[in-house]
Design a binder for this molecule. Structure first.
Ligand SMILES: Nc1ncnc2c1ncn2[C@@H]1O[C@H](COP(=O)(O)OP(=O)(O)O)[C@@H](O)[C@H]1O
Ligand SMILES: [Mg+2]
Length: 246
């Protein structure tokens, strides 16, 4: 919980790229409140600004206008170091292309953000091992990413995103590179996270993620064109589709 009740708040959030004739307003005055524990799915055509929005929300990119709060704390004016520290402790990212460190084993990839955040090697290793177990990869913890399937790599990346117990997990088309069996495994993990009360923002083309979310936002040209709260998400969502219910 965050005290404010909102993991994320944005007002008139903007991101412009280029200038003059080549100016692109990738995110165009977006207002957004994400309550603690909500799973928000963001959909929209390629180029509409989904990744840019996610990067802004997670402090990977800086807005060119507007205001952003994470856990009730205003963050759009923070300096580089403060922003990096905030990112490490507050946000977990999952990318379409996994972005694992190829030279490190699965468990080393997962523990890395904890070590960077100052945890002891012993505590970081323990937490990484627990998370790999939770994503069903305890037996693969010493493998390099190159020895893992796409679905396994993404599950390692999800464990890594969770290692610092982030306020919010931001996922950018997390099943975009996966076959249908691996997609199922990854969706099952996100569903478990949702049920555990993890705040989640997932950019997706996958209708199955959209079906499990608490809320569905559609983007066009940098703005929200639709924002639907799905009251029935819990009983009839992905859990039902995957046979997790009952
Ligand atoms: N670094 C950048 N420089 C210039 N334009 C960019 C940059 N990043 C994104 N854009 C532009 O911003 C718009 C939104 O891109 P993006 O957020 O990647 O969309 P999506 O994730 O929905 O496909 C696109 O027109 C894209 O070309
Ligand atoms: Mg994108």
């Amino acid at each position: 919980m965050t005290g404010s009740g909102f993991a994320i708040r944005a007002r008139a959030l903007c991101k412009e790229h280029g200038e003059g004739q080549t100016l692109v307003r990738a995110v165009d005055e977006i207002d957004l409140d994400v309550p603690d524990g909500q799973t928000l799915a963001v959909t929209g055509p390629s180029g509409c600004g989904k990744s840019t929005l996610l990067h802004l929300l997670g402090g990977l990119e800086r807005p060119t206008g507007g205001a952003l709060w994470l856990a009730g704390r205003r963050v759009d004016g923070l300096g580089e170091r403060a922003l990096a520290r905030l990112r490490r402790r507050t946000v977990g990212f999952v990318f379409q292309a996994f972005h694992l460190v190829e030279e490190l084993s699965a468990v080393q990839n997962v523990e890395l953000p904890a070590l960077l955040a100052g945890d002891s090697p012993r505590a970081a290793r323990r937490r990484a091992a627990e998370l790999l177990d939770r994503v069903g990869l305890a037996a693969r913890s010493r493998h390099l990413p190159s020895a893992l399937s796409g679905g396994e790599r993404q599950r390692v990346a999800i464990a890594r995103a969770l290692v610092n117990a982030p306020l919010v997990v931001l996922a950018d088309e997390p099943t975009g590179n996966l076959d249908s069996a691996a997609t199922r495994e990854v969706l099952r993990l996100f569903e478990e996270l949702r049920r555990g009360g993890q705040t989640l923002v997932i950019v997706t083309h996958d209708d199955r993620i959209a079906a499990t979310a608490d809320r569905l936002v559609s983007m066009r040209d940098g703005a929200f064109v639709d924002d639907v709260w799905l009251a029935a998400a819990a009983p009839t969502g992905l859990g039902g589709l995957l046979g997790l219910d009952g």
